[in-house]
Design a binder for this molecule. Structure first.
Ligand code: MOS
Length: 742
């Protein structure tokens, strides 16, 4: 277990580079002779292209080519007809439809690429793209989930399976019951940095890629499959990313198309999609409708919960997420059933968006818990405590760690929960009604396999190497803290090299898993170096000979023994005495079988105070306190920032974010950041974060669980519950816009 932190919270190691323009994002790379491409999207959501006129575009200045289904260069790994081949060929079709970019006149969603226009500058490509004209044969279009809920199908695989514990209908017989429906609209990631790729064939079969990906190794693998190349011949670089939130968790078809076209034109080729294309080409949080049935006895003990979710997916691929999972294990309830269905619509495929399905599910479950507490005339925290469980009721095994009771208590104190009145609409200040709400969040704490290399030089500097991409949370900073804590190297002597496939393999950054995965590899490699140093110091003739290994401390580049006679040696002197210029260790790290004996989850509790103006329906989040039970916090400052970012996202999810489709055309009407409202500074109050900061004894040597997802999961429910407490209005359809409150 890692010892206590020896340094105050450090600043982000890449913060200065990011705010001074020193950080190079994929689109910042400029290669000689680069060509630029622009995607032309379909204007219908279902049907086929009847005619496509590319002549004018081809004649426009600087145009190097216009690629359509009629002349798209082959993607050799996609030869077999497959479904959902964006990640490379799937073994067999998952759905009846197939979407392969620019491979047929068939149209399966609005905005589907119908042409990629290539020119010598971005501006010329943009102009030429405007000259491509298509006519279509339209087919009837299904884009409205509400109209087609009854067409839901059970997807294959774990996330689609029905779940039952006890009796499915037990809630019906309970003395106090609730049935409620909840809706989450389409939300889109829309990080500031747009999606795209720069592809450069450096030789016939070798490829250099700068991309916006959350996993360089995953992109390398996908391209190796698509182009039937040895992954070793594909170099992917993504050191900096201007936000991911899930949109970079897969390789998208247009990326593969750009690589194919770059090969054809024999020039480096760059794609940066437009803001409106961010709505259709890189996934979204799926529109989801949910029903919760709940029953409890009059003492507030849960008797049964049934949770059903139906989400949209594309006609050509089943996207699933863990929307109903939290309901299975969150509370001590003997009878729980869940059901998850997909409806295939004429829409582009969704993908995980921060918190993913768990955030969707938590909104429903934690709203329902609040509704039930109200029916029982119980404080919502008290209701949760009456149904608290110390072991996982889904798998009948212990949690690796769970300090949720403490999280409830500390958050309640910080928000001033005692000021909350159980009677809704009973606190008014001038024109404003005031209310408090809370919600629980939880997400799997993973331990994935990862590797890292550590180089400790005799000059006292240390380098950490890992292929992992930092999508924004401050991964490099967290890895720096881990190395600092094991090897006592001052943080300003530590350098992190990451985001490149030339470095030791790492998983895709996602699922709140990277500190646990890559951090463990860093920990293991640093520990191996520490062991070697200790051996050199303690051996016969060594400077600390005769001492015991467990009495050694290592801090600020000095190995020392506290016991009399006190002795110490500088690590640099020790290395020089042994003719070592560098100690170099690479470790591959993964959890052992003992992890399977535990359920590993991070937990969060979100508390908010809202003010609601009943005349205008305006809801302001005026206070937010978020508490994380995510094990040992290895980097306090970036962890707090991570939590604050999740809460800002949660305010958007709760109050403003909604991608609206005009179902006549199957097209978004607000596909820009002026009309799709993310929370801005004026919407976000000062956010207090509280870290329980108790190490998880099981998951990894740092005791650290993840926190990226739990920062968001549950937050929207806390706001909805606070709005109810302020006004007596229960809003079950996000976002909570003024019209729903007035
Ligand atoms: Mo996150 S939705 O795992 O990028």
């Amino acid at each position: 277990m890692m010892k206590d932190l020896t340094n105050p919270p450090i600043d982000r190691i890449d913060g200065r580079m990011k705010v001074t323009g020193g950080a190079q994002y994929f689109a910042d790379f400029d290669l000689p002779n680069t060509a630029y491409c622009v995607i032309v999207g379909s204007e219908i959501a279902r049907g086929s292209i009847a005619s496509l006129d590319t002549k004018k575009a081809l004649g426009a200045p600087g145009v190097l080519g216009v690629f359509t289904h009629q002349n798209m260069p082959p993607i050799p790994g996609w030869d077999a007809p497959v479904g959902g081949e964006a990640d490379g060929p799937a073994p067999k079709p998952k759905t009846e439809e197939t979407y392969r970019i620019l491979s047929s006149p068939k149209i399966l969603f609005d905005g589907q690429p119908i042409a990629i226009v290539v020119a010598d500058t971005f501006e010329r490509a943009t102009y030429a793209a405007s000259l491509v004209k298509a006519t279509y044969t339209k087919q009837p279009t299904r884009t409205d989930l509400h109209k087609h809920v009854s067409d839901g199908v059970a997807p294959k695989g774990a996330e689609g399976g029905n779940y039952l514990r006890g009796k499915a209908d037990a809630y019906q017989t309970a003395p106090v019951t609730l049935e409620a429906n909840y809706t989450i609209p389409v939300e889109v990631h829309n990080p500031m940095e747009l999606h795209g790729i720069l592809a450069h064939w450096t030789a016939a079969n070798t490829l250099m890629i700068y991309a916006k990906t959350q996993g360089v190794n995953a992109t390398q693998q996908a391209m190796a499959q698509a182009f039937k190349l040895d992954p070793k011949n594909i170099h992917v670089h993504t050191e900096f990313m201007g936000g991911g939130f899930g949109m970079g968790l897969r390789t998208w078809p247009q990326e593969t198309a750009v690589v194919a076209i770059a090969r054809k034109i024999n020039r480096p080729l760059k794609l940066v999609v437009s803001r409106s294309q961010m709505f259709t080409l890189v996934g979204h949080r799926p529109y989801t409708v949910q029903t919760i049935n709940m029953g409890a006895d009059r003492d507030g003990k849960l008797i049964g919960i049934a949770h059903a979710a139906t989400a949209e997916t594309a006609s050509y691929e089943d996207f699933t997420e863990a929307t109903v999972n939290m309901t299975k294990f969150m509370y001590a309830c003997p009878n729980v059933s869940t059901r998850y269905r997909l409806v295939r619509l004429d829409r582009s495929v969704p993908i995980w968006m921060r918190g993913p399905g768990e955030a969707t599910g938590a909104f429903a479950l934690e709203s329902a818990m609040d509704e039930m507490a109200h029916k029982l005339n119980l404080d919502p925290i008290e209701f949760r405590l009456r149904n608290y469980t110390e072991t996982d009721p889904e798998h009948n095994r212990p949690y690796s760690s769970k300090h949720l009771k403490e999280a409830y208590q500390r958050g309640a104190e910080a928000i001033g929960w005692k000021n909350r009145k159980n009677e809704p609409g009973s606190v008014r200040e001038g024109d404003w009604l005031i209310g408090y709400g809370m919600s629980t969040g939880t997400f799997n704490a993973f331990r994935w396999e990862a590797s890292a290399r550590i180089l400790l030089k005799a000059d006292g500097s240390l380098t950490i190497q890992s292929a992992v991409t930092d999508i924004g949370p401050g991964t490099g900073t967290a890895l720096t803290m881990i190395a600092h804590n094991v090897l006592g190297v001052p943080v300003d002597r530590i350098k992190v090299e990451y985001g490149d496939t030339s470095l030791p393999k790492a998983p895709t950054q996602g699922g709140s898993a990277i500190v646990s995965a890559v951090g463990s590899a860093v920990y293991d490699a640093c520990t191996a170096i520490k062991t070697e140093l200790a051996g050199l110091a303690l051996r016969a003739g060594g400077p600390l000979a005769g001492q015991q290994a467990d009495e050694l401390t290592l801090a600020d580049g000095v190995l020392s023994v506290e016991k009399e006679p006190k002795k110490k040696v500088a690590v640099s002197d020790l290395m020089q005495a042994n003719n070592l210029t560098v100690l170099d260790k690479t470790k591959d790290s993964k959890g052992g079988p003992e992890l399977g004996k535990y359920s590993m989850y991070s937990f969060s509790v979100h508390f908010v105070q809202v003010r609601v103006n009943p005349q205008t329906g305006v809801v302001r989040v005026t206070k937010a306190v978020s508490v994380a039970d995510s094990g040992r916090i290895v980097s306090p400052k970036t962890a707090a920032s991570q939590m604050i970012g999740g809460v800002a996202g949660g305010i958007g999810m709760a109050l403003t974010e909604e991608a609206i489709i005009d179902h006549r055309f199957g097209r978004f009407v607000n596909n820009n950041l002026a009309d799709y409202h993310v929370a801005v500074h004026a919407d976000v109050p000062a956010i207090e974060t509280i870290m329980i900061d108790k190490p998880d004894p099981i998951i990894n040597p740092m005791g650290a669980k993840g926190m990226g997802e739990i920062a968001l999961i549950g937050f929207a429910g806390a706001v909805a519950n606070a709005v109810f407490n302020a006004t007596g209005q229960r809003v079950r359809d996000l976002p909570i816009t003024p019209d729903k409150v007035m």
